[in-house]
Write a protein that binds this ligand. Structure first.
Ligand SMILES: Cc1cc2nc3c(=O)[nH]c(=O)nc-3n(C[C@H](O)[C@H](O)[C@H](O)COP(=O)(O)O)c2cc1C
Length: 156
């Protein structure tokens, strides 16, 4: 069975809704494609090295905090970076970021670290400022769906 790991920091109702949009897209795509996929959710503060090693692809979600990713997601990278370096190279991944005014710094910070890990981006990050609109929710759903498709493809 293919495994998609969703690592997220979800501190509010809006970010919770965003997480659900992404996961809905992931499970809908697995159903549509007839793929055998397990979607594993881990809060960023709870994710550990075996979660990352045992997954076939990754979705990361974070709020912007002080122009950077959340401390929780940074803690995740501090925990898993070296133990997972090389072993996870090339795996597909996607990112969403939420903020109330400026989210580019957070997205770039995540992308810089993931470039080091050598994961393969399925599409540009989904960036949402303010409460998620219908359009934003659709883009999050699609992010979940295309990441699922990439994971299933990589496992076929
Ligand atoms: C300590 C702190 C720092 C923040 N820094 C940023 C920031 O740099 N850019 C931004 O767009 N939003 C920033 N925010 C807003 C958060 O991204 C936002 O509260 C989070 O995504 C949850 O959104 P919500 O509470 O509006 O649902 C910050 C919030 C906090 C608590």
């Amino acid at each position: 069975m293919a495994r998609l790991l969703v690592i997220h920091h979800t501190p509010s109702p809006d970010t919770h809704a965003m997480l659900h949009s992404v996961c809905d897209g992931a499970t809908a795509a697995a159903d549509e494609l007839g793929g055998d996929l397990e979607v594993v959710l881990r809060p960023a503060l709870a994710a550990v090295v075996p979660d990352v090693l045992d997954a076939d692809g990754y979705l990361l979600g974070t709020p912007a905090n002080f122009g950077y990713m959340s401390g929780a997601l940074k803690h995740f990278f501090d925990t898993v970076y070296y133990p997972c370096l090389d072993a996870t190279r090339g795996r597909p991944w996607g990112l969403w970021v939420h903020g109330n005014n400026e989210v580019d710094g957070a997205a770039l910070a995540v992308q810089r670290i993931v470039t080091g890990l050598g994961w393969s981006a399925v599409r540009p990050p989904v960036l949402v400022v303010g409460s998620p609109t219908v359009d934003a929710s659709e883009r999050l759903w699609e992010l979940g769906a295309v990441t699922t498709a990439a994971v299933l493809e990589s496992c076929s």
